[in-house]
Ligand binder design. Structure first.
Ligand code: ADP
Ligand code: MG
Length: 356
């Protein structure tokens, strides 16, 4: 359906993409992951010519869209794009936002555009907001409207550039649910995302971008569980690790807990398991470590690591002041709480290691 040959993109002398070669098939759901700045946005923007590639070929259904004689408008309509920011017209009602493209560009009658628009709003769960204005909607609702607006143009493929990054965490899942529904309907999609759990579940292919190109291309199982190349391994290892430095005894425990909670949700932990980890984390910090510190303090580097292979969570606390006395500092009640929840607690080299 889409064939990309030797795609290169430079900004001035600065080369962002070099010799990308790949093919996207009908029904593919490709998630694009990779470190910030590696060219993910540039890549999908080149595909629908929001950025002009420096060289290379992009064929859509056999037609080279970079050919001078190509009908760029028509080709671009085949590719819908959903951005981080929703770009709805604030002076138009939701249904009018959706009707605009079909009426202006596809030359549909207003009635037809309206009927289809209402159907799409139904599909994204927002039929009751058709006559509201964008400002009356939450971020998650606006993004669902933006998806409906894109679908109203009947694209062959939809490109998403971090569709949930600008959203409040509570609204991420409603947008992902809509994308999941589209995947189930067989929509061809390319999705730049940081939501690894989602990428793993929704896609049939993952592109890990690095070194100015698609560094590793594989199934979600391969990329997330058995990456082959070194930089993919390093990236996947990092996303399985959470770091936090505890700077003083009055550190922000709520922020700390909520970051851990988000991290563990991404690792597919259920609520019960998350609460268990949070409980152990807190017990270790206050009733083991701070207690053994007495009146003194030195920063504690906290690392949480999850190994999918062993299905094991490891908590590491590293500090100059941590030594074996930490193991006997806690009162019986704390110790019995911890002992019930963990498989081991060890202390070595200024590091307290807890395995759950
Ligand atoms: P990602 O989406 O993976 O975070 P981008 O595709 O946005 O990365 O950017 C890739 C690189 O290209 C970055 O180093 C960025 O600074 C650079 N870049 C992006 N857009 C432009 C531009 N319009 N002009 C110059 N440099 C750009
Ligand atoms: Mg980007």
């Amino acid at each position: 359906m889409i064939k990309i040959e030797n795609l290169c993109k430079k900004y001035g002398d600065f080369s962002v993409l070099e010799n990308i070669n790949t093919e996207i098939h009908k029904g593919d759901v490709v998630s694009i992951i990779g470190p910030s700045g590696c060219g993910k946005s540039t890549f999908i923007r080149c595909l629908n010519l929001l950025e002009q590639p420096t060289s290379g070929k992009i064929f859509i259904d056999g037609e080279d869209i970079l050919d001078k004689n190509a009908d760029v408008c028509k080709l671009r309509q085949k590719m819908g794009m959903v951005f981080q920011s929703f770009n709805l017209f604030s002076h138009l009602m939701i249904i009018e936002n959706i009707m605009l493209g079909p009426v202006d560009l596809l030359k549909k009658s207003r009635q037809e555009a309206y009927d289809e628009g209402m159907e799409l709003l139904e599909m994204v769960g927002l039929a009751n907001k058709a006559f509201a204005y964008p400002d009356e909607l939450s971020g998650g609702q606006k993004q669902r409207v933006a998806i409906a607006r894109t679908l109203a143009m009947h694209p062959d493929i939809v490109l998403f550039d971090e569709p949930t990054s600008a959203l409040d965490p509570t609204m991420v899942s409603e947008v992902l649910a809509v994308i999941r529904k589209l995947a189930a309907k067989g929509m061809t999609m390319m999705i730049v995302t940081h939501e690894m759990n989602f990428a793993k579940n929704v896609s049939n292919r993952i592109f890990f971008m690095n070194d100015k190109g698609i560094y590793e291309d594989g199934t979600p199982q391969q990329i997330f569980e058995n990456p082959k190349k070194p930089k993919t391994k390093e990236f996947i290892y990092k996303i399985r690790t959470f770091n936090f430095t505890i700077e003083d005894k009055k550190f922000d425990l709520y922020a700390f807990n909520s970051e851990i909670e988000n991290f563990l949700k991404n690792q597919l932990f259920d609520e019960k398991r998350i609460n268990k980890v949070l409980l152990v984390c807190e017990e270790m910090i206050y009733n083991y470590i701070f207690k053994s510190f007495g009146d003194s303090f030195s920063p504690v580097e906290f690392t949480l690591r999850y190994s999918q292979q062993k299905d094991e969570t490891t908590l590491l606390y590293k500090s100059e002041l941590i030594n074996k006395s930490v193991l006997s500092a806690a009162e019986d009640i704390s110790r019995s709480i911890v002992d019930k929840s963990v498989s081991s607690v060890e202390c070595d080299d200024n590091t307290l290691t807890v395995t759950i």
